[in-house]
Design a binder for this molecule. Structure first.
Ligand code: GLY
Length: 370
């Protein structure tokens, strides 16, 4: 069973194929996109150990030769050093402009390999095969590619669209529950930002899809990708609406910086807590009802997810220091921080008009309950 979401971007348009068992069919699905039957696969140690042999088998079954490279797993891989390693390896493997590179892994591999593809020979073709829920619903779609600078995450990158995205929900079965739920933070974000009906569907079906229901997983990934495709088609390079996808992220980035981008807080966990904080702030600003933040928190809690600042282990800086960390966000324009606030569930909007004292108070109250 599989479904397709189309990303309509003119001559850069592509399909996102979502289904169960796509890894075994990958060779046949990728073959129509190849100029010659040869691909370079880049993966990480964890995904490689579990799934690389299956992908290589699927390619050779379709008559496609493969070369592959395995990088260390983890955020530290999104570095200049590993970018250079990948690009030099692709050059040594004589990957030409019409050849295809497959990014086979989670968000780190997708971002790094996408950026390598963007700059190698001024752009070679690439296919995203995301293996984490977070990558399937967010980072593999929409063409944001990047590595980290010493000064911050994702500061060096390019918008560069893949030729195809293959999201096999079967590979999610081997994800640790914590990683799955972190990715689910991004799924919830889509309902909260623009689709109240989807949020309601998640309230009803979230526990079943977390428990492994394949059809519900496909549906959750489909709706998330369709929403992202619609937004990216309207605003590919984030001049306006695309910023909606950053709901919860201004809070999240401050919390990630405060916890040293460590295992204390995964990105998707920070997004979930950030969404709860964004709704709390919206309610205090009189933008949405008081019931909305309670409903957001109730769903996250029902899913067993981190919901509040109190759920982050270890010390956190003061509210004022967290607000200062928000000031380092990429979304700051001429010194003004842009927030994504909400007029209700499914009704987010971008604004620069948020009183920092209200944000500070929301954070103070959250810290006081720890
Ligand atoms: N992850 C946010 C975006 O792709 O715009």
């Amino acid at each position: 069973m599989s479904v397709t979401v189309h990303v309509p971007l003119g001559d850069r348009a592509y399909d996102i194929r979502i289904g169960a068992g796509l890894l075994a069919q990958a060779g046949d699905l990728i073959a129509p996109h190849l100029a010659r039957p040869r691909v370079a696969i880049v993966t990480d140690t964890i995904v490689g150990a579990k799934h690389l042999a299956a992908l290589e088998r699927a390619c050779s079954g379709a008559g496609i030769a493969t070369v592959s490279k395995t990088l260390p797993a983890g955020e530290a891989t999104k570095s200049w050093a590993h970018l250079q390693e990948v690009v030099e390896w692709l050059i040594s493997e004589k990957i030409e402009r019409n050849d295809t590179v497959i990014a086979f892994g989670g968000g780190v591999i997708g971002d790094l390999v996408g950026f390598a593809a963007a700059i190698l020979r001024r752009g070679v073709r690439f296919v995203q095969m995301p293996t984490s829920l977070l990558a399937q619903v967010d980072s593999s779609v929409g063409g944001k590619t990047a590595i980290n600078s010493l000064s911050g995450k994702n500061l060096i990158g390019a918008f560069y669209q893949p030729k195809l995205v293959l999201a096999d929900v079967s590979v999610l079965e081997t994800l640790a529950s914590r990683d799955f739920l972190a990715g689910y933070g991004e799924v919830v974000k889509y309902g909260l930002l623009g689709n109240a009906g989807f949020f309601e569907w998640l309230e009803e079906n979230g526990p079943a899809l977390a428990a492994g229901d394949v059809e519900k997983r496909i549906e959750a990934v489909r709706v998330s990708c369709q929403m992202k495709a619609d937004i990216v088609a309207r605003d590919e390079t984030e001049q306006g609406d695309r910023a909606l996808l950053n709901l919860g992220h201004t809070f999240c980035h401050a919390l990630e910086a405060a916890t040293g981008y460590s295992d204390r807080l995964l990105h998707g966990e920070g997004v979930a807590i950030g969404c709860a904080l964004a709704f709390e702030t919206s309610s205090r600003l009189g933008l949405c009802s008081q019931e909305d933040p309670s409903r957001v928190r109730a769903h996250l809690k029902a899913m067993g997810m981190k919901t509040d600042l109190a759920d982050i282990p270890g010390d956190l800086p003061s509210a004022a220091e967290l607000v200062a960390l928000m000031g380092q966000d990429k979304k700051v324009i001429e010194g003004r921080l842009r927030f994504i606030m909400a007029r209700g569930i499914g009704a987010a909007f971008v604004t620069e008009d948020v009183d920092p004292d209200v944000v500070t108070k929301v954070l103070e109250d959250g810290l006081a309950s720890r």
